[in-house]
Design a protein around this ligand. Structure first.
Ligand code: SF4
Ligand code: SF4
Length: 416
């Protein structure tokens, strides 16, 4: 590795050294309590998949460049220089971690391996060694924000084509647009993913609840966050913030995409609108009696998306919804905060076939958990989780149906 690149990577490393990060890097006692907590290690017990091992790959570089002992006596200081081989280790550590933070729940010091891995991802970006597909997708999202006029017409035509499917499931009042766009002063801006599955059930429920809503021109997914680029993450989010401010909405509702929910909640800053997940909005409609539902037959279980539940605190709302709309609900885990990660987060699902083999091998414990629930239907509220659960279902021959929570709620609606 050239000295100039090494200097630049050390500079990037330095930008991540907040007080919290220093605690993460300097506190580990190597007790190993986190080891069996990681789904990758629990499914494939190799040392390299232990959370503390992953963190150590970053920690040794930290020691080499940011501690006196590491600088002057690297062997004594367990320090490691930044080399091409070290970059390869960083890549393996970062892209076998989904950022689920299950290890953090078990760590007596609350060490956040996901945060430590964010250093690894940033160094990979600096060395132009991050997964190309994620960087490319992030750039496409950013350029869409810069040239909204060029895709607006095509987007509106596509939305128009979905409206008959919305009305077929829930009749709207005469003069009402089934999928409204560009509504200034709307109460809510709904930010969906590209695809009818993310728009139709949500529109059906909004219309049933007589919500004053408008659909965003942008898709919620944030590839900048997957690749771990703070600048791109913010630029992608800023498109939505600007749109919400322009329309003057009171609330921005993010669709069933765990990372998009977490990023929007954490990084939107102080705004005149609040950010909520679709699941929270649906639970509110039921609580306030704005929609009526029936109970659907069959046994259902719920997979908590890590970014919405463990990393976002939304545990009760999906259970409140399921308690109202299914006859038979079965928990996967006695305490939802210990629910296993699906194994598809952190950009792994977005990397597609390239990661499929690892995703399947590392999700054996999730497959076991689903099987043991004995439920017929696995419900979730995240696009990544849904794709990964479908893959697990096929790979392990579980014979389940995988459904989005929003779609199930739309199926359960009854007329007032
Ligand atoms: S954040 Fe999740 S995937 Fe990453 S090391 Fe911890 S338990 Fe494993
Ligand atoms: S549980 Fe915490 S302190 Fe113990 S090895 Fe894991 S990260 Fe280190």
């Amino acid at each position: 590795m050239e000295a100039s690149l090494r200097d630049e990577l050390v500079r990037l490393f330095d930008t991540k050294l907040s007080r919290q990060m220093l605690l993460n890097l300097e506190t580990c006692s190597r007790c190993g309590l986190c080891t069996p907590a990681c789904h990758a290690y629990a499914s494939m017990p190799l040392p390299k998949y232990a959370p503390a091992f992953r963190a150590e790959v970053v920690r040794r570089i930290y020691k080499r460049y940011f501690t006196a002992l590491g600088r002057f006596a690297p062997v004594l200081g367990e320090a490691k220089p930044l080399t091409d081989a070290a970059l390869e280790e960083l890549r393996e550590a970062a892209y076998s971690c989904t950022g689920c933070r299950r290890c953090m729940v078990y760590c007596p010091f609350g060490i956040d391996t996901q945060q430590i891995m964010s250093i690894a991802k940033l160094l990979l970006i600096g060395a132009e060694a991050a997964p190309e597909i994620l960087s490319l997708l992030a750039d496409v999202s950013i350029s869409k924000g810069e040239s909204i006029e060029t895709f607006k017409e095509g987007f509106l035509q596509g939305i128009k084509r979905l409206e008959t499917q919305v009305v077929a499931r829930w009749k709207v009042e005469a003069g009402t647009t089934p999928i409204p766009t560009e509504v200034e002063g709307a109460d809510m801006l709904y930010v969906a993913l590209a695809g009818a599955h993310s728009i139709i059930p949500a529109a059906v429920v909004f219309n049933a609840a007589r919500e004053n809503w408008t659909l965003s021109f942008f898709e919620a997914v944030n590839f900048g966050a997957f690749v771990g680029d703070p600048g791109k993450t913010q630029l992608i989010l800023d498109r939505i913030v600007r749109e919400a401010l322009r329309l003057g909405v009171k609330e921005v509702c993010i669709c069933e995409c765990g990372t998009a929910v977490r990023v929007a909640k954490q990084l939107s800053g102080t705004q005149p609108f609040r950010v909520v997940s679709l699941t929270e909005v649906h639970a509110r409609y039921l609580r306030e009696g704005r929609i009526r539902v029936k109970k659907l037959p069959g046994s259902h279980t719920y997979h908590d998306p890590c970014q919405i539940a463990r990393n976002g605190g939304v545990y009760d709302e999906p259970r409140a919804i399921l308690g109202r709309i299914v006859e038979d609900f079965r928990e996967m885990s006695p305490d939802p905060k210990y629910n296993w990660c699906c194994g598809g987060g952190g950009g792994l699902v977005a990397m597609g076939e390239d990661t499929l083999d690892f995703r399947m091998r590392s999700s054996r414990v999730k497959a076991d958990q689903i099987r043991e629930s004995r439920a017929d239907v696995v419900v979730t509220a995240c696009e990544n989780c849904h794709t990964q659960l479908e893959n697990i279902n096929a790979h392990y021959g579980l014979g389940k149906e995988v459904k989005f929570l929003s779609s199930l709620l739309a199926d359960a609606l009854v007329a007032p």
